[in-house]
Each structure stands twice: as structure tokens, then as C-alpha cells.
Design a protein around this ligand. Structure first.
Ligand code: SAM
Ligand code: SF4
Length: 340
């Protein structure tokens, strides 16, 4: 068969199951100013700074992905807004909006939003995800260990004032925030925010045992049905959440169910870590080292080839299973490495 020059269609990233990869999540740091109990241990060891890609390298890698068909870019972490000079990356990525990139967004714990909300909006960011599991200050402290609820709420206000639309992400934790699911929905909807619930995932070796806190979202939905009339809606954000609308508030509630529902079949995402490792699946350990290819040449050809090879290894789905006989993590890296 004759092999001609690559056409524009050849440049897009199609995995072995025919899924086009159009969504890149980039964890810009593994560090964080919180220590959420389900995400990190209190004495987390972080990567040496010298192992991190520079902001220029991250920008270069993102550009290669955009040229190869990425339309949505989510910046995450660790806490992305604690990385030094992070706004320079947002400014340079914002120039790609309308030039292949359709959406630039971020997931944050909200602690730095008061400071950065206006600049983020000026960079063309329209929507952000803010993680918040409770509105009770003492409980917030016990979940995040180091977080301050008032500061996050002030950050949310600042973001709204800057014109950013906000989706709240809450991890549903049995015995921890189960009494707050309904108040969280009412609070979010009253303020015009969507809210999405996430099942706790077995990632990273952390005490206490998260299986004690595992609360299937099928049960969360049943619980919410007692207070709200929920109807399925066909709303998509490009992510894995399935949405319902609550008639009483008119707002949307999303459910991300990695354990009870296999959300893999329509997966269009890959994840890049702050050291340049590309993970083709959140729930699998296989990765490709893009840093080596990036640093080997100033030409992007090698890194583009490394991405193509990696996409060919994208698995059909993850291996998270609910096994109550043991509590080892399904994936040993922490969520803060690959980002949420
Ligand atoms: N620091 C930012 C934040 O908290 O939004 C961004 C990174 S954080 C790793 C992204 C999301 O992952 C958060 O919504 C967090 O609640 C969620 N997360 C962390 N560990 C998790 C786990 N073990 N299971 C489910 N979600 C988790
Ligand atoms: Fe930090 Fe986000 Fe992990 Fe909480 S969930 S420790 S805020 S990275």
C-alpha cells in the first residue's frame, strides 16, 4: 500500500476502538494547599521541582495536542492555582482559543479564586469546576484538613462576579456528607450553579479506608429522589457526567459513576501529568513518557509520534472493581498526579 503525506484527517487521534481523542486534561502540579482525606495523606511526598515540565514545555505540549485534534483543555492538579506563575500558561493557552481550541477550563479547590478569577475570565475561560463537598465549616476542615470554607465561598463569589459559570463537584461520602447532599443541591441551584456528584475512587494508598465511605451514586440518586423530582436530560459537557434536572429548582445535577456505571465506552479523554507522562486511562497504569520526546528535539515531530503510539494503546476501559474483601487501591498513583 502506498503511504502518502498525512492528510488533516490522519492527524487526529483515533484510538483502536474508533474513539477520537479531543479532550486533554493537564495536571500542572501535584502539589496542593489542601490535604483532602480521599485524595492525599497528610504527609504527602511531592515530586522534586526539577522533575516538572516548565510552563513553556507544558504550553508546547498542549499546542501539539491542539494541532492533533484536542478541542477541550482542562487544567487541573493537585491545585493548579498554587503553581508559581500559572497565569502565564493560561495567557499563552488563551491565544489558541478559536485556533483549534474550543474550550479552556480548569478544576480548582477554589482557595485562590478570589485572587485569580478576573484574570481567568480575561483569558477567555467561561466555565470552571470548583470542588466542594460540604457547606459545614467544621466538616469542610475535617475533609480537606487544611482548607478554609469561607475562603472558598469568597472565591466562588469572585468567580461569579467575574462572569465565570461554575459547576460544583462533590465527592459523595457515606457517613461524612450524606446528610448534606440535598442542601448542597439547593444551595448550588439557588446560585445558578450546576452540581455533580462523584463516587470515591480507589486511587493512591491512603488511610482511612475509602471503602467504608464508598456510597454508590445509584443510592445518592434514590436519596435525592425523595426531595426532588428528577428527570433524565440529554445535556453533555464533553465529560463523563450523566445529568438529570430537578423540577423543584430547575437546576442540573450530574453523576459521575466510575464504579457503578462503566463510563468508558464514549471516553474521548487523555491525561497529561506535570512531569509529561501521558495516561490513556484514569483507571489504568499504562503511560507514555512525552518529556523524553519533547526534550530530545526542538522539532515537534518526535513528540507527535510518541503521542500517536500512545493513543494506539488506549484501553477499552478501566479496571476499577468494587471488592470489599480487600481495600488495596486499584491504581496506586494519587488522583493529584493525574488530576480529576
Ligand atoms: N485540586 C483541584 C480540586 O480539588 O478541584 C483539582 C484536582 S482534584 C484531584 C480533582 C477532583 O478529583 C476533585 O473534584 C476531587 O474531589 C476529586 N478526587 C480526588 N480524589 C478522589 C478520589 N479518590 N475519588 C473520587 N474523586 C476524587
Ligand atoms: Fe488538593 Fe484537589 Fe486533592 Fe483536595 S482533591 S487534596 S484540593 S488536589
Amino acid at each position: 500500500m502506498a503511504v502518502g503525506p498525512k492528510s488533516a484527517a490522519d492527524l487526529s487521534m483515533i484510538d483502536p476502538f474508533g474513539r477520537a481523542v479531543s479532550y486533554l486534561r493537564v495536571s500542572v502540579t501535584d502539589r496542593c494547599d489542601f490535604r483532602c482525606v480521599y485524595c492525599m495523606s497528610e504527609d504527602m511526598a511531592f515530586l522534586p521541582k526539577k522533575d516538572l515540565l516548565t510552563l513553556e514545555e507544558l504550553d508546547r505540549l498542549c499546542s501539539v495536542f491542539i494541532n492533533k485534534g484536542v478541542k477541550k483543555l482542562r487544567i487541573t492538579g493537585g491545585e493548579p492555582l498554587v503553581r508559581r506563575d500559572i497565569m502565564t500558561l493560561f495567557h499563552s493557552l488563551s491565544k489558541k482559543l478559536g485556533n483549534g481550541l474550543e474550550e479552556l477550563t480548569l478544576t480548582t479547590n477554589g482557595s485562590q479564586l478570589e485572587r485569580y478569577a478576573h484574570e481567568l475570565a480575561a483569558c477567555g475561560i467561561k466555565r470552571i469546576n470548583v470542588s466542594l463537598d460540604t457547606l459545614d465549616a467544621a466538616k469542610f476542615k475535617s475533609i480537606t484538613r487544611w482548607g478554609d470554607l469561607d475562603r472558598v465561598l469568597a472565591g466562588i463569589k469572585a468567580a461569579q462576579k467575574a462572569g465565570l459559570s461554575i459547576k460544583i463537584n462533590a465527592v459523595a461520602l457515606k457517613g461524612v456528607n450524606d446528610t448534606e447532599i440535598e442542601p448542597l443541591v439547593r444551595w448550588a441551584h439557588e446560585d445558578g450553579m450546576d452540581i455533580t456528584f462523584i463516587e470515591v475512587m480507589p486511587m493512591g494508598d491512603i488511610e482511612p479506608d475509602r471503602f467504608d465511605q464508598y456510597w454508590p451514586l445509584t443510592e445518592v440518586k434514590d436519596h435525592l429522589s425523595k426531595s426532588f423530582t428528577l428527570s433524565d436530560i440529554d445535556y453533555q459537557t464533553g465529560g463523563p457526567a450523566r445529568y438529570v434536572r430537578a423540577r423543584e429548582t430547575g437546576g442540573r445535577i450530574g453523576f459521575i459513576t466510575p464504579l457503578t456505571h462503566n463510563f468508558c465506552e464514549s471516553c474521548n479523554r487523555v491525561r497529561l501529568t506535570c512531569t509529561g507522562m501521558l495516561y490513556m486511562c484514569l483507571g489504568q497504569d499504562d503511560s507514555a513518557d512525552l518529556r523524553a520526546a519533547l526534550r530530545a528535539s526542538t522539532d515537534n515531530h518526535l513528540v507527535s509520534q510518541a503521542i500517536d503510539n500512545a493513543i494506539l494503546r488506549k484501553p477499552k476501559g478501566h479496571d476499577f472493581v468494587i471488592e470489599r474483601t480487600h481495600s488495596r487501591p486499584a491504581v496506586t498513583r494519587h488522583m493529584s498526579v493525574t488530576g480529576g
